[in-house]
Design a protein around this ligand. Sequence first.
Ligand SMILES: [Zn+2]
Length: 465
Amino acid sequence: MQFDTVIKNGTIVTANETFASDLGLTGGRITAIAEALPVENAGKVIDASGRLVMPGGVDVHTHLDMPFGGTTSSDDFETGTTAAAYGGTTTLIDFAVQTKGHSLRQAFETWMRKAERKAAIDYAFHCVITDLGDAQFEEMGSLIREGVSSFKLFMAYPGVLMVDDATIFRAMQQTAKYGGMICLHAENGSVIDVIVQRALAEGKRAPKYHALTRPTTAEGEATGRAMALAEMAGAPVYIVHLSCNDALEKVREARDRGLPAYAETCPQYLFLSIEKMDAPGFESAKYVFTPPLREKWHQEKLWQGLTRDTLQVVSTDHCPFCFKEQKELGKDDFSKIPNGGPGIEHRLSLVYTGGVHGGWFSPNRFVQLVSTAPAKLFGLFPRKGTIAVGSDADIVIFDANEEQTISVQTHHMRIDYSMYEGIRVKGVPKTVLSRGRVIVDNGKFVGRAGSGEFIRRQAITRLAR
Ligand SMILES: [Zn+2]
């Protein structure tokens, strides 16, 4: 047998197993998993001694080159996917946002143009629905067939992105019919808007009021409503960026009743808490994202949720806005601060550090959370999300014991601050392969903009328990 690449002497870690083996890669795919594979005719041999060999990360929640609040997120598909590659992520799903009154297809095509010739890793899109007329309702079926098999709707941001329950319910009926997944931003936006307006009227304009005007109850209520709507529609549902115990309890209750309810959390909710909002002056604008940071005790609940499978996925909600000039748009009014924070690069290192070294779960569960489950829920599996013969050779060679300090000085995202500045992580992606090509070689990016491909996803969304 002849291989393009052989990865020797590594410890393979999948969601189910850990074992010593070599990997043979041919034509961008994994073609052999066996001990002592022959290397004489291999184009390239990578020694993974002492390292973990895992499927590449799948980040199902990013916002690259996204217009928001009069500005655009600071990473485009080139800088964002390059930073993702450094962090061991080899596939991402971004959001194509429908402009009200326009077709869903137009959103898809707009975002395809943003990514082409720029992405350094593979990518796919969810479609954000902001209004669902009869034409868009019919379009959902054709988009699902073309590989855009998930949709996101907002229960927050009235007047901008928010849709009513009827719209959510109708969208769910389409996925019940055609397959695919409805993702929800679950916060009660109408109530939050009243609280925000009252705060502004009282002269409360500092960044911390972004957090103080978005109570956990608003997230819990919307999450519960999402579960009920999905149950009535007979559709699966996925809650994005779940941040607090109130919402977690709603997902747990639904899952206990056997409903196909799923949710993700993000590293910012696992590592940061509302104390960050006490930073002096405008500094805390760096942590203005939605949902906001919560009281610290929620973190333990979220780690428990990941351990007990109430939460199935960790994604980043990477949506970077520079502190200078972008976050500063809200200098005198927290409601005008662009919502979002940077994180695409550090997901694997942070989750490994807190989850595995922190004693919450095994390296296998780690792989499940950052790669396998997101691939399964969003129709990428088994092409992505595992190490198996026939799967794409998207691979991370990971040093579980190397330590690093996260800093704006050393990160690769195009943004002038880090949310995780000074945090020490243990567990670092060293070499990363995308469809068999080395794109990060021992910590150095050697990939190429434009080599990432659009992935048509299947409409299969169920995750076995
Ligand atoms: Zn988001």
